[in-house]
Ligand binder design. Structure first.
Ligand SMILES: [Zn+2]
Length: 214
C-alpha cells in the first residue's frame, strides 16, 4: 500500500474514532506500520481538523525529518512494532469508560463473554508510568502480549491489530465493554464467567474461526 493511501486511511479512521467520542480533546493517537518504520498522528492533532499532512513518518528509533512533532507517545507505538512483527496498527485513546476503569488500576474482569473476543478471559491493566516514557512503552508491550487491547492505569487504553480497522474495532469494543461493566457495577459486582465457561467460549471461537476460513 502506498504512503499516501495509508495516510488517508489514518485520517479517515481518526475522524471515525473522533465521531465515536473516543479521541476527545486531541488526547490519543493512531499509527500504522510503514516500511521499516511507522506513520503516526502528530502531537496535538484534533480529529476535526486532521489532514494527511498531520501524519508523521518516522523510524522505530525516533528519527523523523517531518516539521511536525510526532505524538508524545511515539515510543509506545514503536516499542510494540519492534516487539510484535504481526502488528500493523495501533490505537491509543483516553476514551471515557476505559479511563473510568483504568483509573482504578484494575483489569477489566470477564463479566461478559465478549471480553474474550480480545483474546483473554480479562483485559489486563498495566501499571502507571509517566506519559511518553520508555517505561510506559514497556508496560504497554507487556499488556498487549496475549491480548488485542490493554488498559493503561490512570491513563487510557491501547489496542493492536493486523490492520487499522482491527485495531480501531478493538478500541471501540473495549470502550463498550468498559461502559457496560461500569453500568453493571451500579447494582453490585457482576458475575464472571467461570473457567469451564471460558474454556467452552475459546473452543467455540476456535471452531467458528475454523469454519469461517472453510
Ligand atoms: Zn495518552
Amino acid at each position: 500500500m502506498t504512503e499516501a493511501l495509508l495516510r488517508q486511511q489514518l485520517v479517515d479512521e481518526c475522524q471515525r474514532l473522533g465521531e465515536d467520542g473516543l479521541l476527545a480533546l486531541a488526547a490519543g493517537n493512531v499509527s500504522c506500520r510503514f516500511e521499516s518504520g511507522m506513520l503516526i498522528t502528530a502531537s496535538g492533532v484534533c480529529t476535526s481538523s486532521i489532514t494527511s499532512e498531520s501524519i508523521v513518518r518516522m523510524s522505530l528509533d525516533g528519527q523523523s525529518d517531518n516539521v511536525l512533532k510526532p505524538s508524545s507517545e511515539w515510543q509506545m507505538h514503536a516499542a510494540v512494532y519492534r516487539e510484535m512483527p504481526d502488528v500493523q496498527a495501533l490505537v491509543h485513546t483516553h476514551a471515557d469508560s476505559c479511563v473510568a476503569v483504568a483509573c482504578h488500576g484494575k483489569d477489566l474482569p470477564g463479566f461478559h463473554y465478549m471480553v474474550g473476543m480480545l483474546g483473554l478471559d480479562h483485559v489486563p491493566c498495566v501499571e502507571y508510568h509517566t506519559f511518553g516514557t520508555r517505561a510506559l512503552a514497556e508496560a504497554a508491550v507487556s499488556g498487549l502480549r496475549a491480548c488485542d487491547a490493554c488498559l493503561l492505569a490512570k491513563h487510557g487504553m491501547l489496542s493492536k491489530g493486523a490492520s487499522l480497522k482491527q485495531a480501531a474495532d478493538s478500541a471501540r469494543l473495549l470502550e463498550v465493554l468498559c461502559r457496560q461493566y461500569l453500568l453493571s457495577l451500579a447494582i453490585g459486582p457482576p458475575l464472571e464467567l467461570n473457567s469451564k465457561q471460558w474454556a467452552e467460549f475459546f473452543a467455540q471461537m476456535k471452531q467458528t474461526d475454523y469454519q469461517a476460513v472453510q
